[in-house]
Ligand binder design. Structure first.
Ligand code: PLP
Length: 426
């Protein structure tokens, strides 16, 4: 064994090597074992000899053994075999909102033929990106003294924020009422109810402000009726975007330092604004491109029926600051469901909005970027909540006819969507 740190020939890990000033005495610390000293000439190779029950001896070329003590006995047992690397520290949580995944990205090159990395946001107990907003808004309300044990949290949500708030409320001991509409998946509704939430489903749109307006009318009526209600108001609550400014954007920049373009889907625009603000302040070289769906009015397009929850709004999002956004791509829902199918055929089952952002990013990159441009987008949730909608051939047929189905059997033979300049702003 040469006298360097790292794995050694006989097994085990050398974690420390000291030489004294004369370069004659060498002390080697074997991980999990005792320190040993053997006097050897500089550059001499020594051997580690294992003698069973986790003990090792350092042996000089002339056969002299190193001086060592027995390995420390912990909890009545000797340490395990020295060849086992140290186990990573376990993650132990006492509340579901404590756990999230910050560094998981999918390389989309084999699917869209562009250098696009997709940050996975749905690997947490709430199953979506909305855990960050929910946890941050409840924490901010608690810090501000707005919540007490008999408070009833109320919120309007198309689904994911509702699930995340239902989970956090259950954990923190608050009642929660979610006001949603009939685009919310039945499974998502049942999830909220399983956490003990009440779900109010609105199906009659306000004649002027649509379904979202009707949801907000109902929510305001709930607040007027009961003084214990606390409306977190994800549309205007600074903690929504603040969570992405503090967590999402720095973790993207850390993981993909060569990022040149960031694509973010726009719902309330909490994710978009938090990321855009951070990148404008810390990495102004990165272009921020918003992705929205056809039928949403967020970026000035005409209102039209939409069928997939998550992205798009029936009003201009109050949090949206257009000056932080470099470009906008509008994606029709037919492209969303086709991209979701392509991803699923490569084994990645993501939610509807991931299909939208990946399709929009592929479209923008094909028009504006070089093959080497490094881009990142976010996958807000996983696909299991969409089995009866996006991933149901019958549902697709009902809403999009044959345009919603992949016509070819394998994603590799289904090229990225052709660029339609009418859907990009410039
Ligand atoms: C699946 C999905 N994607 C995207 C979004 C958009 O996130 P934001 O509201 O931060 O714009 C949401 C928000 O609910 C969502 O549920």
């Amino acid at each position: 064994m040469s006298l360097t740190e790292g794995p050694c020939e006989g097994g085990g890990i050398v974690s420390e090597v000291d030489r004294d000033d004369s370069g004659v005495t060498t002390r080697i610390q074997l991980h999990g074992l005792d320190a040993q000293t053997v006097a050897v000439a500089p550059g001499t190779t020594v051997r580690v000899s294992y003698v069973g029950d986790g003990r090792a001896t350092l042996v000089a070329p002339d056969g002299r053994a190193g001086r060592h003590a027995a390995p420390p006995v912990r909890d009545g047992r000797r340490p395990g075999p020295p060849s086992a690397p140290p186990a990573p520290a376990p993650t132990i949580v006492s509340s579901p909102q404590q756990f999230n995944t910050h560094d998981l990205f999918v390389d989309m090159r084999s699917i869209v033929d562009q250098k696009l990395f997709c940050k996975v946001e749905g690997m947490n107990f709430a199953g979506s990106v909305k855990l960050k907003a929910a946890a941050a808004m409840v924490e901010a309300a608690e810090t501000a003294g707005q919540l007490n044990p008999w408070s009833i949290i109320v919120e309007s949500s198309s689904g994911n924020l509702g699930v995340a708030l239902a989970m956090v409320s259950a954990n923190r001991g608050y009642r929660f009422i979610c006001v949603t509409d009939d685009r919310c998946n039945p499974q998502t509704r049942r999830l909220m109810e399983t956490y003990g939430a009440e779900v109010h489903v609105i199906s009659v749109p306000n004649p002027k402000t649509g379904l979202l307006g009707a949801r907000l009318d109902h929510l305001k009526a709930l607040c007027d009726r009961d003084p214990d209600t606390v409306w977190l108001n994800q549309y205007e609550n600074p903690a929504n975007a603040g969570a992405h400014y503090a967590q999402t954007a720095p973790s993207i920049a850390r993981a993909i330092p060569g990022i040149e373009v960031l694509f973010v889907g726009a719902g309330t625009t909490g994710t978009l604004m938090g990321n855009a603000r951070w990148f404008k302040q810390h990495r102004p070289d990165v272009k921020v491109v918003a992705i929205d769906v056809e039928g949403s009015v967020s970026f000035g397009g005409p209102a039209a029926p939409r069928h997939i929850p998550g992205l798009g709004m029936g009003m201009v999002p109050p949090a949206l600051d257009r000056t932080l956004v470099d470009d906008v791509v509008i994606v029709p829902e037919t492209e969303t469901v086709r991209m979701c199918q392509r991803l699923a055929m490569r084994g990645f089952l993501f939610g509807g909005s991931t299909g939208t952002v990946v399709a929009g990013a592929a479209r923008w990159l094909a028009r504006h970027a070089h093959p080497t441009t490094t881009a990142v987008t976010l996958a807000p949730d996983q696909g299991e909540r969409y089995l009866d909608t996006v991933y149901s051939p019958g549902w697709r047929e009902e809403h999009f006819g044959t345009a919603g189905n992949l016509t070819r059997p394998h994603p590799l033979s289904d090229p990225a969507p052709a660029v339609d300049p009418s859907t990009t702003k410039e």
